[in-house]
Write a protein that binds this ligand. Sequence first.
Ligand SMILES: Nc1nc2c(ncn2[C@@H]2O[C@H](COP(=O)(O)OP(=O)(O)O)[C@@H](O)[C@H]2O)c(=O)[nH]1
Ligand SMILES: [Mg+2]
Length: 414
Amino acid sequence: MDQFISDFLKDPSGKNLQKLSVEFLPYYCMLISKVGGILSQETLSCIQKALQEGKLTDLVNLIQKALTIVEDAFLQIAVIGESGAGKSSFINALRRLSHEAEGSASVGVVETTMHRTPYQHPKYPQVTFWDLPGTGTPNFLPDTYLEKVGFADYDFFIIISSSRFTLNDALLAQKIKDVGKKFYFVRTKVDSDLYNEEKTKPTTFTKKRILQHIRDYCLANLSDIGVSDSPIFLISNFDLADFDFPKLEETLLKELPEHKRHTFALLLPTISVAAIEIKRDFLKEKIWLEALKSAAVSFIPFTPFVCGFDLPEQEQCLKDYRNYFGLDDESIEEIAEKLDTSMEDIRGCLKCLNFWSLVKDDSISAKVIKGAESFFAVKGGPESSVIQGLKVYILRLKFLDTVADDAKHLLKMI
Ligand SMILES: Nc1nc2c(ncn2[C@@H]2O[C@H](COP(=O)(O)OP(=O)(O)O)[C@@H](O)[C@H]2O)c(=O)[nH]1
Ligand SMILES: [Mg+2]
């Protein structure tokens, strides 16, 4: 049982809440993912203050408001670069769509228009990638470009090149910075550079040396055109798990505003153990905040029952988790195809598909009773809202761990 929540339930007095207000921040920092959490500094301070002053209604409202903002967060990602650099491929890779899938961005098509094209994420409609007109087109005018493409709409810009970054890219980066937005340089197609090098120089070829060479070359090129100290991410759109893509993910997550991190973490493809862990941490944080909220509600007199244990809702929650980790039916079918095996074979390896066995797990009731014991001591009898809240908390953690472990297991198989 979570120590903080259990301590919270043990004693609703002002003295205990004051103690918890001191412990809150260190505890929260320990709980969240290595790339940060979903609460802003301001919300954290307000939560601390609410605990210190024993204002439980404020605490509940603060958590609820923060969770709603996180749920509703939209993400608009602008992708820029010359025609042929790999923009459409990058967008498709992040949307987990093959080039042939319906709704995918057309690959290999030379764009000459000055229009931007939106591509919504098929699973997360609040995320849109924008394929922006190329910086290499004759119509490109750095002074008016950002205005024309509506720069204020985007959370950040990805500037893509498959060879040298151009002066226009550099001018654009400078302007993006001037308007207070972030940009990231991404060098695509390193898989094909490696392939070509190995074919042409098989005796002296080493992967590490070639990648370092590409990185140095890009950095020198950027420095030549006046951009210093910007990191470069080397990637292959054909294999996001390799090269710098995981580093790019982490950097973006760290640099996004807190309330948008959750949305971005969910859309990350589950292509590495690190990506699975990051996703798990973000979802865990949310489960914990919901549990803290529901614990606080138990101490507020005359509050209507907020957090009941509703089976269809729990079933939906498990479904959502499977979706987030790429274990929904459609994804399982794709994996079976990839591994040239039957869907039943894959399903047989997954524990997260059996909702009932997870719900009926005896260890859950034992944990709920243990967690509620401290509360009984205060109130002198079982309080149904506490039991329900703990049940939801422990069950959701179980769902999450089962799904994340299954995702890791499948990753190993793939
Ligand atoms: N080897 C390799 N080819 C890529 C990569 N990204 C894109 N391509 C290929 O480069 C060509 C142009 O890609 P596209 O995504 O249409 O570029 P765009 O014009 O910037 O949208 C296509 O043939 C892609 O298959 C990559 O990372 N590695
Ligand atoms: Mg394109």
